[in-house]
Write a protein that binds this ligand. Structure first.
Ligand SMILES: [Zn+2]
Length: 301
């Protein structure tokens, strides 16, 4: 345990499709204080980083001089080599935004960034349900679907950060229109994007609890599509463990059986029997904890 005078902190940032969370964490990954705000419809990089800087200063408070670094989890294609985020389907104005350069202009500490699902995977691997799993796939079911691939104890980012964009795997030829510009992407069928306009995942979950047949049918179909995507991922990678997080995972009791049924049909029979789906043990905080891990132990992963 570090002495009080030498205690360093990390700032963790989890930017999703609808919410932005900023937290201060200690070297053990404990969240000490946190701020959350809704990301508005205006999502230009200029406004985003201005708001973010204000929140970081607020959360860091008097501890700003003790910051070991800032970790950002962003919902898009993060190119680690260039310090640039190429695309964010849910932030359509962003193209090749130099994240590291922008952050360094405002803060003198170490800055690391990664896809939000990758950060969540690091969090689960460090402190969560995937602690003892060298190989697993993290799936964040929120506004879209994020994927983080931990293979043999290491995050697989792809050559330019494009790995894990599982939400945009086409699952229905010529299907629903996706924010990425394509049609029939997985996240249109197994994330909040699948919920009909005017309804919410939370509302549908409550309705299913009360036995509403429309809601039960919705979750069953949701589970089927979820299982379809997981079957494809398992067949491609041979990964057997999947950790699910994100706001939509609250429908778990209503979709899990349907998902498992589809996996048994969709993945190779021998592999299908070994597939394990687990719910996050870190509630909504896996990405924030992963950001702290990235700040404190970058060299270890
Ligand atoms: Zn898409």
């Amino acid at each position: 345990m570090l002495g009080r005078e030498t205690m360093r902190y990390a700032i963790g940032i989890d930017a999703g499709g609808t919410h932005l969370r900023v937290a201060r964490l200690d070297p053990e990954g404990n969240i000490l204080n946190k701020e959350m705000l809704v990301v508005g419809t205006e999502r230009t990089a200029d406004i985003f980083f201005k708001t973010l800087s204000e929140k970081i200063r607020l959360v860091a408070g008097a501890h700003r001089k003790d910051l070991a670094g800032i970790g950002l989890g962003l919902p898009g294609i993060c190119n680690q080599k260039e310090g640039v985020i190429h695309e964010l389907p849910h932030y359509p104005h962003w193209h090749d935004v130099p994240v590291i350069q922008i952050m360094k202009e405002g803060f003198s500490c170490n800055v690391v960034f990664d896809n939000d699902a990758n950060m969540a995977a690091l969090g689960e691997h460090w402190k969560g349900i995937a602690k003892n799993l060298p190989t697993f796939i993290m799936l964040t079911l929120g506004t879209g679907i994020g994927g983080g691939l931990v293979l043999d104890g290491k995050l697989w980012r792809g050559e330019e950060g494009f790995a894990g964009e599982v939400g945009h795997m086409v699952i229905e030829a010529d299907g629903k229109e996706c924010v990425c510009g394509n049609k029939g992407c997985w996240e249109c069928y197994a994330s909040a994007g699948a919920v009909p306009v005017g309804k919410t995942a939370e509302g549908f979950s409550k309705a299913a609890d009360e036995g509403d047949s429309e809601a039960k049918k919705f979750w069953e179909k949701f589970g089927h599509y979820l299982g379809l995507g997981i079957s494809n991922l398992a067949n491609i990678t041979g990964v057997e463990h999947f950790v699910l997080a994100g706001g939509v995972s609250l429908g778990w009791p209503h979709f899990i059986e349907s998902a498992k049924k589809t996996i048994l049909k969709g993945a190779y029979p021998r592999l299908a029997k070994k597939i394990v789906l687990q719910k996050t043990s870190l509630k909504g905080e896996a990405a924030l904890i992963g950001c702290a891990f990235a700040v404190f132990q970058t060299s270890k992963i």
